[in-house]
Design a protein around this ligand. Sequence first.
Ligand SMILES: [Fe+2]
Length: 251
Amino acid sequence: MGIKNNTQNEKKIVDAPKNSRSEALEAKNTCNSLFEYAQFLYNNEENPEERLEISAVYEKIKEIFKNVRYDHGHLMLALQESEQVLNENYVYSHAARTTILTLIIGKYLKIPIHKLIDLGVAALLHDIGMLSIPQDLYLSSRTLTKSEKALLHKHPVYGYQLLDANNYSPAVKLAVLEHHEREDGSGYPQKLSKEHISLYGRIIAVACSYEAISAKRKYRDSADLHAGMVNILKNRNKYYDKAIMALINSL
Ligand SMILES: [Fe+2]
């Protein structure tokens, strides 16, 4: 599947002052490049050994981080307006958008660069366990049965196992395993709470939820990024790390 043009975003780029126009184009290219790569990673038909090859995934995140490091304003705009979220299988666009949001949060938390790259890799692969689950369970808007829901809730464990088999670091594997844990212990799969959840897991939880609320989907309109944030803020004390939420609020 190719990347769709986004005429609305193109227009804003053309209307922008010249230097800001080139930054906006670079941000758009960064987004598109990551969307394409995520599509490759989350494609069940490709050879899994080749897909999850560690050095290739790290190289991609390093390349993306160069842009995140200097310019997150244009990236946020490019993310807001990208139409790839309307594709049939939105798992890969979710992974790509979550990765950029995660890197921005990590940068503002002043996480050292080598750790930030680890964090970005974990964000890009956080839902890779979905590949072990029938697509119908996560792509449709129908109500799931209890057993279907239980299977869906295993995707962090399947992701952990997949990365373990491909020799990813403990920090990356743990972040993938814990991205659905919540501060009040209401998450899954281990019902961990507060400081028992790894920092990477807590950051990806915020970015991932923010993305899911703000993205367009085939079966519903998107909330905008601001509305997405308001929705998360309502639950900030229950579900999310306070320091990370305070930081997001200030961006
Ligand atoms: Fe997930």
